[in-house]
Design a protein around this ligand. Sequence first.
Ligand code: ADP
Ligand code: MG
Length: 676
Amino acid sequence: KSSRWDSTENESKHLPIYRHKAKLVQAVEGSTFLVVTGETGSGKTTQLPQYLHQAGELSNGKIGITQPRRVAAITVAQRVAQEMQCTLGREVGYQVRFDDCTSQDTVVKYMTDGCLLREILADPVLSQYSVVILDEVHERSLNTDILLGLLKKMFSDPAKSTKGRSFPLKVVVMSATLETDKLSAFLGGCPVFAIPGRTFPVTCTFGTAVGPKDVESTGYVKEVVRMALDVHTSELAGDILVFLTGQSEIERACDLLFEKAESIDYRYDVQDQTVEGLLILPLYGSMPTDQQRQIFQPPPSRIRKCVVATNIAATSLTINGIKYIIDSGFVKQLNHNSRVGMDILEVVPISKSEAEQRAGRAGRTSAGKCFRIYTKEFWEKSMPEYTVPEIQRTSLTAVVLTLKCLGVHDVIRFPYLDCPEERFLLEALKQLYQFDAIDRRGKVTQLGELMVEFPLQPGLTRAVLKGSSLGCQDLLLPLAAMLSVENIFIRPGNPEKQKEADKKHRALATKSGGMNDFATLLSVFQLCKSRPSAWCKDNWIHWRALKSAFSVETQLREILLRLQQVQDFPVETFDGNKSELFRRCLCTGYFTNVARRSVGKVFCTMDGNGSMVNIHPSSSLFDQEADLNWVIFHDVLVTSRVYIRTVCPIRYEWVKDLLPKLHEVDVYELSSVARQ
Ligand code: ADP
Ligand code: MG
């Protein structure tokens, strides 16, 4: 096998994990569960699967490695394919939602935790795998936490865990932090393998500028840019890693940096005369993969690299050569908002442990420096000690349905590493009942069995299934695809250009009949099928996002066809026009998101929370409020106000029979079943 290795082999021999290869393989062989810990960058993710693959017995089946983030799954698989000198998708592959790059030959498979959860639905004992590695467990993503519980449960019943298997399954749990005692205890006191790592000291300094006020004005972007330039001009050679929260912010910071870096005079302004330029690289989830690859390449000589990244660079991906960290102190996080009763992506202060993790990235190969733009006071007063696990702060609807379909009926007494609040579980049960996915006794209905097959949020799935019963899946499938990809409409930062983009988008909305944002999405999908990419550019539409929407639509269609072949689908008829048909289907999935205009431009939601909301300016219904009465909406944006986005008008009659469901069920009735 060694002949297939190239220079990356030498590189990988220098990773801290290399010296422990034999012992590690032994430890995996010797125990059902193993916890592996080690500093970020020690080689856990890229090397361990290769070691296990080379070790005879453990390669009887596939080796699966889960990641909470899709970008991590993809980039790491690319790297490992390169190290093993094979084509990506052959021996080494990856699978993330809507993107499967594996084949019959794939033996080392990187995937998101959500994908493995889906595989368990189809094959509860994971019979094809000899090793499953749950990676980045310290991130405490919802799906990883559920997988931990499921795997624990699987082995608590020996008869079940071996049924239908021809070789044993080993489970490795990897975590960057030292919170391993808790993991080991959870997994029945399993062994812990700690990879000793070298780290170098990192000096951290606090800033003077950023306080809690700056979250809304995003004043921290400017501060981060100022700091990065300061480091570039006054510090010795070494690359910079900047932490921000998301794509638009990162693009803006890169633009600003680029502009300012242009005017540097390297003869006078720069301290270190070996530095002669700045290479600015963004890094975020929805970036094209060829661009992502650049991140890992060393910069040309005498050029300093500056990577502006989301939290993904904190532990999932390691970039060599980083000596300076600029930490904005913020992260984008999905949180359940009880004010509006929905999950909302919001920018929040990071935890102190997260800040330590970020700083640590500067000390991998030599001593480094971390510049925090926030004050010591912000650290003390606004930053929590630890990040709350996702399972304790987001909607559990989809996960509870998955558990129920796996035969876990008592979702309250499931083995959770950290228990979610009971009210979140009850909320999930209630929503599933409202969508007809479970019955009053908490049992999965036929519709629920269908719903779980779709990698979409339950409400949207409900609408798609209604559409297929009514024979209008051609309207609902493209819509679902468009709602599943990010940023179809480009909104440039420059105010002039923004105006131009808004105008083009409004024209597209009018073209689709106007006054219905869902219909606009559908119409853009259909229009773009026959338009070249130049047309998209001209209309400020993200060509790449659209292309993925096309692919998502095909995949959703395949799922639907497959289900239609094996199950009886209810067939319904409808007489009325297409626009009404479309909106009625939407109502079956979005009756939880109904709002009625109360006064002026303000609407009131009908979900029992009675939140006061406004239509977001990006909607084609904005400024048309006077003509509206009842609307449904796709999501909510909370700033100083609560905005609803992607909106369409409906008639009260269409939801009249559905709305009572929101109040009908007594959650304790559902929970008493759950407790049985
Ligand atoms: P860990 O999982 O312990 O944090 P990794 O296995 O991710 O460590 O990283 C080991 C090394 O592999 C690091 O030096 C990292 O820079 C390198 N590496 C990982 N992915 C890539 C990639 N896509 N391209 C180049 N180098 C990579
Ligand atoms: Mg890793």
